[in-house]
Design a protein around this ligand. Structure first.
Ligand SMILES: *[C@@H]1O[C@H](CO)[C@@H](O)[C@H](O)[C@H]1NC(C)=O
Ligand SMILES: *[C@@H]1O[C@H](CO)[C@@H](O)[C@H](O)[C@H]1NC(C)=O
Ligand SMILES: *[C@@H]1O[C@H](CO)[C@@H](O)[C@H](O)[C@H]1NC(C)=O
Ligand SMILES: *[C@@H]1O[C@H](CO)[C@@H](O)[C@H](O)[C@H]1NC(C)=O
Ligand SMILES: *[C@@H]1O[C@H](CO)[C@@H](O)[C@H](O)[C@H]1NC(C)=O
Ligand SMILES: *[C@@H]1O[C@H](CO)[C@@H](O)[C@H](O)[C@H]1NC(C)=O
Ligand SMILES: *[C@@H]1O[C@H](CO)[C@@H](O)[C@H](O)[C@H]1NC(C)=O
Ligand SMILES: *[C@@H]1O[C@H](CO)[C@@H](O)[C@H](O)[C@H]1NC(C)=O
Ligand SMILES: *[C@@H]1O[C@H](CO)[C@@H](O)[C@H](O)[C@H]1NC(C)=O
Ligand SMILES: *[C@@H]1O[C@H](CO)[C@@H](O)[C@H](O)[C@H]1NC(C)=O
Ligand SMILES: *[C@@H]1O[C@H](CO)[C@@H](O)[C@H](O)[C@H]1NC(C)=O
Ligand SMILES: *[C@@H]1O[C@H](CO)[C@@H](O)[C@H](O)[C@H]1NC(C)=O
Ligand SMILES: [Cu+2]
Length: 561
């Protein structure tokens, strides 16, 4: 019975808001989020977690495209908090985007702030999470965007929808983990378990009694809303004996893509259809890490599981486990990422602004090699050799109110040095600059960025997330980007649109978007340890000529720092 009730709780995560089908008008969806602390036990270890409304994972939000979402946040936790609405375009509502010291000052303990924005032109699954220090490890939840009342999905309506939230668990206070790493100049300690809907599953100690079970009926179609909320890990995702059809990624519809394995990076969301084609039984839903670094450490080699359980309970066979790709199976990872195609696309055919950015690790030297990173240095990340240093006040406030001295506008279109990016990079090139250099974009300019992963410290697939815009991934490959030969093969017809792209390890990815959203927009690696260590940069999209092309003034409860 305990198992059944946990399944029911899960399915009620996504209760539909009932709106009559003939009403096309947008609704106001309002939520109260109280941030607090609670005691939670996993893998035989009890921790005090920061959570929203006492839920872990946090509350699911369901809206329709076109709705105005208003979330009143009361911070009763002992930490500064901000919330980000991951993947929401935030058209003309940059003030509600959420990254701390970029678009807002934090909500300090005891204080409150209201996030108020309208979701336009996006359908599918997104999510929300804390956007400061390491709090998003436990402060996160699903955001399902249904078609406007009267509109349909571009695929047959599923019989039910099931959220699948992939996360990580530490046998430590995550705020201590990041503070300790920053103090020592080290990479933060790894987590102690990976989770599916907050449970590690049958292959971890003290966990099997609480493994997430998803009850299904035979012969039905289910829509899985899969969200990678993990802090540092990309996963392969499989279900034993069940193929999957991807229909959307990052709340952008795809041409239906059938596969038996998914690759998901932190920040990515996927809408996936499954048909329950078996008669009965139990089938593991499982994840295993995709490790794109040449070194084979820094991750758990366990399989994290939930169970897809057919309701016919006469079959008591043990659950079947899927077979997984090897941890370092870059071929399978690249195949999945490069075969996705947008259902509908309108790609900028020419560009006004062309950027080439190196991205990856850098190493800051410390006095007497006294830091805990490689060679006694401090581990950091960078774009084009600039490691971002968070200012004391929000960049958006500095921009809007014309406060000088917070940032400069000279982020370069090309990195300062040309070198063999993915080769054995000379140590003399490892030390970055530190600063807050932003890139200004003219309103409505068409932008192309080529991200070039470097071999500094190590090559790795970094999931690069851009706020305020979705972008088309027009090309990707391994080795050094060749500006003569690679553009010839760009897909300008139906490339996938994303908000988070995994740049192939030791390779490159080319994106295009139109800067049609005035405001201050963070771009960063979505491995949280990397972004906390400066793997970030900022775009400012300038106002356009018409009043509707301008960023409106701040909300009345604007926070100061
Ligand atoms: C949010 O809290 C306010 C004040 O406490 C209350 O009046 C309102 O009904 C709550 N709204 C929701 C959606 O729970
Ligand atoms: C949300 O913002 C709109 C303006 O964009 C405003 O009209 C509305 O009153 C705001 N709602 C709340 C609850 O603050
Ligand atoms: C991180 O790991 C190191 C080495 O295992 C340990 O000494 C340290 O206490 C850990 N830090 C935290 C915050 O748990
Ligand atoms: C699992 O539940 C059984 C039956 O309630 C109990 O005897 C056992 O101790 C539990 N195991 C764990 C690891 O909690
Ligand atoms: C999954 O798809 C593959 C390739 O299309 C096919 O060979 C296999 O039989 C399918 N498996 C199931 C369980 O439908
Ligand atoms: C019983 O379930 C197992 C998986 O747990 C499955 O392999 C088997 O085919 C099922 N048997 C029947 C008769 O459906
Ligand atoms: C996982 O790593 C441990 C050592 O850390 C090793 O003993 C074990 O065989 C590995 N398991 C798998 C599935 O690779
Ligand atoms: C993957 O790892 C295995 C060892 O586990 C190694 O033999 C193999 O060469 C690696 N493959 C790649 C592509 O790095
Ligand atoms: C570095 O080490 C030398 C020799 O041990 C010492 O004299 C010097 O004070 C140290 N410098 C710093 C910045 O710690
Ligand atoms: C760049 O480095 C790679 C890997 O070491 C090497 O194979 C390649 O020849 C180098 N390219 C150039 C132009 O030196
Ligand atoms: C980065 O900038 C620093 C400081 O100007 C310089 O020493 C280093 O060589 C540069 N590295 C690269 C890869 O451009
Ligand atoms: C919390 O935010 C306030 C306002 O920005 C700042 O003054 C304070 O130092 C922050 N506290 C911590 C622990 O970062
Ligand atoms: Cu990264």
């Amino acid at each position: 019975m305990a198992r059944i009730s946990s399944v029911l709780k899960l399915s009620s995560l996504f209760c539909l808001i009932l709106v009559s089908p003939w009403s096309a008008s947008a609704a106001l969806v309002e939520h109260n989020f109280t941030i607090g602390t609670q005691s939670v036990t996993r893998v035989c270890n009890t921790q005090t977690l920061v959570t929203v409304n006492g839920q872990y994972p946090g509350p699911s939000i369901t809206v329709h495209e076109g709705d105005n979402l208003v979330v009143h946040v009361q911070n009763n936790a002992p930490y500064n908090v901000t919330l980000h609405w991951h993947g929401v375009r935030q058209m003309r509502s940059c003030w509600a985007d959420g990254p701390a010291y970029v678009t807002q000052c934090p909500i300090t303990p005891g204080n409150k702030f209201t996030y108020n924005f309208t979701i336009i032109g996006q359908e599918g699954t997104l999510w929300w999470h804390a956007h400061i220090t390491y709090l998003r490890a436990t402060v996160h939840g699903a955001l399902a965007i249904l078609p406007r009342p009267g509109n349909d999905y571009p695929f047959p309506k599923p019989d039910a929808e099931i959220p699948i939230i992939l996360g990580e668990w530490w046998n430590a206070n995550v705020e201590d983990v990041i503070a300790d790493a920053v103090r020592r100049g080290a990479v933060p300690n790894d987590s102690d378990a990976y989770t599916i809907n907050s449970q590690p599953g049958d292959f971890y100690p003290c966990s099997s009694n609480d493994t997430t079970r998803i009850l299904v009926e035979a012969g039905k179609t289910y829509l899985l809303r899969i969200i990678n909320c993990a802090m540092i890990h990309s996963y392969f995702f499989k279900i034993a004996q069940h193929n999957m059809t991807v229909v959307a990624v990052d709340a952008v519809y795809t041409k239906p893509y059938e596969t038996d394995v998914l690759l998901t990076h932190p920040g990515n969301t996927m809408d996936v259809l499954i048909t329950t084609g078996q008669q009965s039984g139990q089938y593991y839903i499982g994840t295993r890490v995709y490790n794109s670094q040449p070194i084979g450490t820094g991750y758990l080699n366990t399989t994290t599981t939930a169970i897809l359980q057919y309701q016919d309970s006469s079959n008591t066979s043990a659950p079947l486990l899927p077979t997984f790709p090897a941890f370092n199976d870059t071929t399978t990872a690249f195949k999945f990422s490069s075969e996705l195609r947008s259902l509908r696309a309108s790609v900028p055919q020419t560009v006004d602004e062309e950027m080439f950015m190196t991205e990856g690790f850098s190493l800051v030297s410390c006095p007497n090699n006294s830091c805990a990173g490689l060679f006694g240095g401090r581990a950091v990340g960078s774009f084009s050799n600039i490691s971002f240093v968070r200012p004391d006040i929000a960049v958006l406030q500095a921009y809007f109110f014309g406060i000088d001295g917070v940032y400069t506008t000279d982020f370069p279109n090309n990195p300062p040095v040309v070198f063999n990016y993915t080769g054995n990079v000379s140590r003399s090139l490892w030390e970055p600059e530190l600063g807050v250099r932003v890139k200004l974009l003219k309103y409505n300019s068409r932008v192309q960025i080529v991200f070039q992963n470097t071999g500094i410290v190590t090559i790795q697939n970094h999931p690069i997330h851009l706020h305020g815009h979705d972008f088309y991934v027009v090309g990707q490959g391994f080795g050094n980007y060749n500006s003569q030969t690679d553009p010839v093969n760009f897909n300008l017809e139906d490339p996938q649109m994303l908000n988070t792209v995994g740049v192939p390890t030791g390779g490159w990815a080319a994106i295009r978007f139109t800067a049609n959203n005035p405001g201050v927009w963070l771009m960063h690696c979505h491995f949280e340890s990397h972004s906390e260590l400066g793997f970030e940069m900022v775009f400012i999209t300038e106002d356009g000529p018409e009043s509707l092309d301008k960023l409106p003034p701040p909300p009345p409860d604007l926070l100061q720092c």
